[in-house]
Design a binder for this molecule. Sequence first.
Ligand SMILES: *Cc1c(COP(=O)(O)O)cnc(C)c1O
Length: 388
Amino acid sequence: MTAPGGYDPLASVGPGAPDPSRGPRIRLARPQVGEAELDAVRDVLESGFLTNGPWTRRFEERFAGRHEVAHAVAFANGTVALEALLRAHDVGPGDEVVVPSFTFISTATSVLHVGATPVFADIDPHTFDLDPAAVARVLTPRTRAVVPVHYGGQPAALAELCALAEDAGIVLLEDAAEAHGARCEGRPVGSWGHAGMFSFTPTKNITTGEGGMVTTDDGALAQRLRLLRNHGMDAPYHHASLGWNWRLSDIHAAIGCCQLDRLDDILATKRANAAVMAELLAPLPGVVAPVVAPGRDHTFMLYTVRVPPNRRDAALAGLAARGIEARVYFPPAHRQPVFAHLPVPDLPTTDEVAASVLSLPFHAGLGHDDLAEVATALEAALAGGATR
Ligand SMILES: *Cc1c(COP(=O)(O)O)cnc(C)c1O
């Protein structure tokens, strides 16, 4: 699924992405944006404060409120937000960080960026989230942190993972990139761990074009993150420590405020559509719709189904031939060349799941007719064509 040339399979445009004029009729993702975002961008441009202005602060405060934490710190994207979190915890060379392999690459590459070693742990075959027992098995005296991913928008087993992290004396940082507004046992994701990271790329449920956010109740951590984000500057042109320019612009933040206003509607639409889709898929032999664990929400940033592995690639091709964009989220990170220098971990569930999944179009702009068309096309694609 990873095309050569650095093509990011999560990006909605880029080399290898469909030409919008000739591309699929039903796209995998479509940002939900409109007049409100246009008006907000105009307001920012007219205000003259395009960065470090009031919109970033407003977006942060509103995002923190939505996720029931004391602080939120906006970043240029989710990947640098995760790197900043690891740096803020002084994770570096000689340290290990436990991550899933069944995730977007930057969960694991952010660990390389700080000079530490990612240690991959296996997942639960139903939720595709980290399996706490598998995490326990890979802990060593060098483990500094565990980074569970809320795959596709379903919270990981946070109660178990938080207890495990506390017992081991390590920090738990949530990769909540795909799970804005999700709850686990009634509590928002991003408020369980020491901190949480969110992303606003265009495939996520809400988007700012590019953007990221960290949530935390730890005021000292929030302050460290602000220094890392802005050249270590603690007073005008006084640089207390090494930092970067990882700021989100006020233009993006203004869009983010409008997107937060839309979040509840988007989640309600997706949850209703998920119920419809589960019924449509139920009669299809060998197709497993997303499983939602008790006590957890699913925000359906991805709608990932399992199909018989020997039919998966034919199903993808068949869907494409019918004008429906589907993809494999994700090819396992531990098998990517960027990690070839690490010992190959034994992740039987990750390998098995990754060979059988495909993610169907599920953006909030789809109606019941579209869902029915996707289900019918999947049935036909699984039935016809050659096996690999
Ligand atoms: C999208 C995503 C990221 C990266 O976020 P960016 O904003 O694209 O840098 C990290 N982890 C997961 C699980 C993601 O889905």
